[in-house]
Design a protein around this ligand. Sequence first.
Ligand code: FES
Length: 192
Amino acid sequence: MELSDSSHTNGHEGQPTRRDMLHVATGAIAAGGAAMVAWPLINQMNPAADTMALASIEFDLSTVAEGSQAKVMWRGAPLFIRHRTAEEIARAKKDDSAPDLRDKQTDEQRTMQSDGKAGKAQYLIMQAACTHLGCIPVGVTESGYLGDYGGWFCPCHGSQYDTSGRIRKGPAPLNLIIPPYVYLSDTLVKIG
Ligand code: FES
């Protein structure tokens, strides 16, 4: 027997034909099959627990002298770990309420641990990637700080970051990004 194929109604306005029902059923089966194929693929893309463990690093902060900065690799990209001077900290806190902060964060927020506990003001840990197009900004050099804010200067297009890594001038839209970290002791930090 031939099913109606010339209309989506069977003579009763708004009532689905058997053909409509077959389309719906076929579509549901196809969607279910696609989901079954997609799940193993998606599941394979999730990082394994051992990979995630490797994604964390521990760093001995006692190796960074006050007024200097270490550059360490984390998840394939560089981080800055700066041991700030009292003057740098004071300047960062003084600028907490500066009107030109375009990505408003206080210095206390920027040094907070990822578990929400207070951090250590002397250590600033940030991703070393300008938030404009990803160049590595320059911190203090032998001739002093480049730029007007005592922090970091991006040589690519001139973005300037202050001593808290906050964007103050230039095309970058956001502060230098703070990675998740917690202190394991006074001198040991776990990043990631
Ligand atoms: S990449 Fe830093 S200002 Fe453009």
